[in-house]
Write a protein that binds this ligand. Structure first.
Ligand SMILES: Cc1ncc(COP(=O)(O)O)c(C=O)c1O
Length: 389
């Protein structure tokens, strides 16, 4: 299987291509979908084979005995991330947006503050607000072209009603792989302000060569307030399976979370469980190594082409396939640079303000696509901003 293959997703009920015209006015026939965070690639053969085996058997009844599924998760976390997980600590949610919402529901009350380091993945604020909680935005400064954590400023900002912090690690949209020292700082901040720390690590497998992700669970002294969230869906491009792992080692937090799961009658979908079990395997691991190398070269080509346009700056990615491009240097207003990208280049992207404070001058481009799509996108962008060159 080659990541260079163009797979036509139009007409498959795929949100990225099939909703593009309605939401952006960009026709999928002539435009490029670079918004929703999924990849234009098929998952590894081991995942396809697991699904095929289900189809061949053909009876889709209730699932029982999750032991192989839980063992696969534990194997993955230990082998890929050096983190030993107790299978009894794993909850399967309907993905990690659901996992975040479940944490908000289980560990906070209406009116409580939930802290986000912004700009950050937009769905966090959406589910927090929808649950009647207060989104407390702590804006991250950009230092030497990368997001950093400013605990002194944020200590002064806390009002006392904050009960939870949702961290994105690695960071979407900045692509940061937080260092151990930074993670220890986050843990200390959570303790200082008595916050439950929810660490969303959905992007943990997709790191650039040379980068090492540290699970928050490896940071000392945080286990009694920590909720870890991981998933195979981003890593293996199976987001439609809607399965996520919420992993809680603290018995008290686990009992609270289990109570909410039971009250809502949540149980997982068998398709997702089969796919995840197959993905978290040596064959899956080899595929992830290949996809990371491919994405790194995409990022290099994209950044080189975008940074050659005066006034544009693509943040260097340490992780994720989501390029975060700052247009501030063009001196253009948001409407103008966005129109040039969407109407001029015909590329559908995510808009910076939806990621919260600090996102205004940015657009997010998904570069998990065949190489020829990336070079086409760069050429379109250079043409759309040709007058600046
Ligand atoms: C940080 C983060 N969390 C969660 C999600 C979505 O998770 P799910 O599809 O499991 O709901 C995304 C998708 O882009 C993400 O970037």
């Amino acid at each position: 299987m080659s990541f260079d293959e163009i797979i036509d997703r139009r007409g498959t009920h795929c949100v990225k291509w099939d909703k593009m015209e309605a939401l952006y006015g960009v026709s999928p026939d002539e435009g490029i979908a670079m918004w929703v965070a999924d990849m234009e690639f098929r998952p590894p053969a081991c995942v396809q084979d697991a699904l095929q085996a289900m189809l061949d058997h053909g009876v889709y009844g209730y699932f029982g005995d999750e032991s192989a599924y839980l063992a696969a998760i534990c194997w993955w976390m230990e082998n890929r991330h050096g983190w030993r997980v107790d299978p009894a600590a794993i909850f399967t949610t309907h993905g990690l947006v659901n996992g975040t919402a479940m944490c908000v529901d289980a560990f906070t009350a209406p009116g409580d503050g939930v802290v986000l380091f912004t700009p950050v993945y937009h769905a966090f604020a959406r589910v927090i607000r929808a649950a009647g909680r207060d989104v407390v935005q702590c804006a991250m400064p950009v230092v030497d072209g990368q997001y950093t954590l400013d605990f002194d400023a944020w200590d002064a900002q806390m009002k006392g009603h904050e009960k939870m912090l949702v961290l994105c690690s690695p960071h979407n949209p900045g692509g940061r792989v937080w260092t151990r020292a930074e993670l220890a700082g986050v843990a200390a901040f959570a303790k200082r302000h008595d916050l439950i720390l929810v660490s969303d690590e959905i992007h943990h497998d997709l790191v650039m060569p040379g980068q090492v992700h540290t699970p928050m669970a490896l940071i000392e002294g945080i286990a009694d307030r920590l909720v870890m969230m991981t998933a195979a869906t981003k890593t293996f491009n199976i987001a439609g399976a809607h399965v996520g792992n919420v992993i809680i080692h603290d018995a008290g937090l686990r009992a609270k979370f289990a109570g909410r799961m039971a009250a809502l009658g949540l149980s997982p979908n068998s398709f997702g469980l089969f796919m995840v079990t197959a993905a978290y395997s040596p064959e899956g691991a080899a595929w992830v190594d290949r996809v990371c190398a491919y994405l790194a070269e995409n990022a290099r080509i994209f950044d080189e082409g975008i940074n050659a346009i005066p006034g544009l700056r693509s943040m260097a990615l340490q992780s994720t396939y989501l390029a975060w491009v700052d247009f501030a240097g063009t001196g253009m207003g948001r409407e103008e640079f966005t129109a040039r990208v969407e109407k001029g280049a015909k590329i559908a992207v995510n808009h910076g303000p939806s990621f919260g404070l600090g996102g205004d001058s940015y657009l997010r481009f998904n570069i998990a696509a065949p190489r020829s799509v990336i070079t086409d996108a760069v050429a379109r962008m250079q043409a759309a901003f040709a007058d600046l060159q």
